[in-house]
Design a protein around this ligand. Structure first.
Ligand SMILES: [Zn+2]
Length: 141
């Protein structure tokens, strides 16, 4: 079993409209996303599970380019209509845009870009240097 690990960062705003505390307010994070890809297979020609540059390119396309400098909101948030009317770029999610929800979305999106030789994907979404949520898909030993 092999695992490859790569990181990307992006800045985004969000709020948790159902949160009883300060996370209800619009605020932002310097998100750090760590993706770990698991596989039992190394290509005999290249000696690699996957080229790190390929992994980073997929992460940049599917995560950074989609979320960097966006405001991420619950699709039911009243701010959605307000910001759209002001042509402010937003991303909406079904439910609260928590680190857990982002990790789940990223892991599900990434699986569409990987080959069948990948047995598992782990995505960690760090909101701060101390707090992260992790989503798993497949076999992640
Ligand atoms: Zn937050």
């Amino acid at each position: 079993m092999y695992s490859l690990r790569a990181e990307v960062e992006f800045c985004a705003g969000h709020r948790l409209m159902k949160h009883p505390g300060k996370c209800h307010n619009l605020h932002g994070h310097n998100y750090r996303v760590v993706v770990t890809v698991h596989s039992d297979h190394v290509d005999p020609e290249t000696g690699m599970v996957m080229d790190f540059s390929t992994l980073k390119s997929i992460m940049k396309t599917m995560i950074v380019e989609q979320f960097d400098h966006m405001t991420v909101l619950n699709a039911a948030d009243p701010f959605v209509g307000v910001l759209e009317s002001m042509a402010v770029p937003i991303r909406t999610m079904t439910g609260e845009p928590t680190a857990e929800a982002m990790a789940k979305l990223f892991v599900e999106n990434l699986k569409t870009a990987f080959t069948a030789k990948i047995s598992g994907i782990k995505v960690e979404v760090w909101e701060t240097s101390a707090n992260a949520a992790t989503a798993f898909l497949g076999k992640c030993v």
